[in-house]
Design a binder for this molecule. Structure first.
Ligand code: PLP
Length: 439
């Protein structure tokens, strides 16, 4: 590994010790000029999701109260803050993507957006609809189903991306193949099989499942591969969260500006979901938002990617002496998306890592104080506020960014990324494990 990181941090990384890494390339005022990733494109993605809303409402009854929009709540976490962050200045909040309908995780926005892009394109080409102003409920017609049934959608996943892509694709009538890596939970596979999705089980890690899935899909011209490592469509779908959050902050009269910084802590796997959210938030809030990614100590692939000589060709966590082992299945990724790491170069504030013990402790605390149930991956962000405000590294960041004097106005937003569909018995097991740790 190159020496862009001080050696105590590098040593802690290799030893699997929790740490906070600050991105030396971070620029509060970074220019966001990536090809095809403008604010306009994010707004287009939002518009696309809105065009599809009447159709989604028809396909998924759980969307009737939101008129077909897939969105989560912005939740105040006052009890959790009072009991477990007694020193924290400002306000602790949660962006509740653990409850995102249809897919049950943060993968809903990105995954569903990508499948809808593809379906829209096919439907326009084949005359199911003639213009984007048409009634998209035509995409649920028998003619549309016949069309989509001639095509395949394929994806590789540790579980949640497969759920997201599988559920929406099957609902539209596509043939779906989901390549599951070794971590994938049995209930996630079962849920997909029940919808007619073909689940291919791989005994290898996520990066290997992506390569296998991509290769298989590439041999079939009618197969479309959702490529988690290189997908602007996924990325833009994730970025839409920023527009929605902006609206919710306004509704709750929470300011974000130079006097009111916003700190966001997001669990991170291959990097696409947190990357898209970070990117969208930077478009909306510029220097006033500060994003930190949370990764397991044994699978900090984006941290390793950000430290790699060439971010576009990230090293794997194996090369960093780590082994990927974590019960946070959604974060169990050995190699980050090089494309995302490159985009994160100057807009990501930092990355912190945590042990599985900390993960389950956080999961239980959230349940005990707020009654919110999430999956282990989704609990990773809750160590963020302590890292930022109590560690030497965190304090350095606040000083460098001249934020110390405004911290009493801060909003600390923890992104909870999955959990809605976890079976009760598994949730109870998670909670028991967390409760034992917390004794
Ligand atoms: C996928 C996932 C993440 C991280 O998203 P990436 O795009 O893989 O970085 C976080 N939490 C949960 C629950 C997930 O399923």
């Amino acid at each position: 590994m190159p020496h862009s990181i001080d050696s105590p941090t590098r040593e802690a990384l290799r030893q699997g010790e929790p740490l906070l890494w600050l991105n030396p390339n971070y620029q509060a005022d970074a220019n966001l000029c990536h090809h095809n990733l403008s604010l306009f494109e994010i707004e287009q993605a939002d518009q696309r999701l809105r065009r599809f809303a009447p159709l989604l409402k028809q396909l998924f009854p759980e969307l009737s109260s939101s008129e077909g929009l897939i969105e989560s709540q912005l939740i105040s976490a006052a009890k959790l803050q009072q009991q477990h962050y007694p020193q924290l200045q400002g306000k602790l909040m949660i962006k509740g993507d653990h409850a995102l309908p249809v897919a049950g995780s943060v993968k809903a926005r990105g995954g569903i957006h990508e499948v809808l892009c593809h379906a829209e394109q096919l439907a326009l080409e084949q005359g199911i609809i003639n213009a984007i102003a048409d009634d998209y409920r035509l995409l649920a017609s028998p003619a549309a189903k016949n069309l989509f049934n001639r095509y395949e959608i394929a994806v590789s996943s540790t579980g949640n991306l497969g759920l997201s892509i599988g559920i929406i694709s099957a609902a539209l009538g596509f043939n779906v193949v989901v390549h599951m890596s070794i971590e994938a939970k049995e209930w996630k596979k079962e849920r997909l099989r029940n919808r007619g999705v073909t689940v291919v089980e791989h005994s290898d890690d996520y990066s290997a499942a992506v390569t296998a899935g991509r290769t298989a899909s590439d041999t079939d011209p009618n197969s479309y591969f959702v490529d988690d490592e290189n997908s602007p469509r996924l990325f833009l779908g994730y970025a839409v969260a920023a527009l929605r959050l902006q609206q919710q902050l306004i509704e709750q009269q929470i300011q974000v500006d130079a006097e009111h910084p916003l700190f966001v802590y997001i669990p991170c796997g291959v990097g696409g979901a947190p990357g898209g959210i970070n990117y969208g938030l930077k478009q909306v809030f510029g220097p006033h938002v500060h994003c930190f990614f949370a990764e397991p100590v044994q699978a900090p692939c984006v941290l390793v990617g950000m430290l790699s000589e060439d971010k576009a060709q990230p090293e794997s966590v194996y090369q960093a002496g780590l082994n990927v082992a974590t019960d946070a299945d959604g974060l169990a990724v050995s190699m980050a998306s090089g494309w995302v790491c490159s985009i994160m170069d100057n807009i990501l504030s930092g990355v912190f890592t945590l042990t599985d013990t900390a993960l389950f402790r956080q999961l239980y605390r959230l349940y005990e104080t707020e009654g919110i149930e999430i999956e282990p991956s989704a609990a990773a962000g809750f160590s963020g506020p302590d890292w930022l405000t109590e560690s030497a590294q965190g304090k350095t960041y606040l000083q460098q960014q001249q934020l110390v004097s405004v911290m009493h106005n801060a909003t600390h937003l923890v992104w909870t990324t999955g959990g809605l569909f976890v079976p009760d018995s598994e949730m109870k097991t998670f909670q028991r494990r967390g409760a034992q740790i917390s004794l």
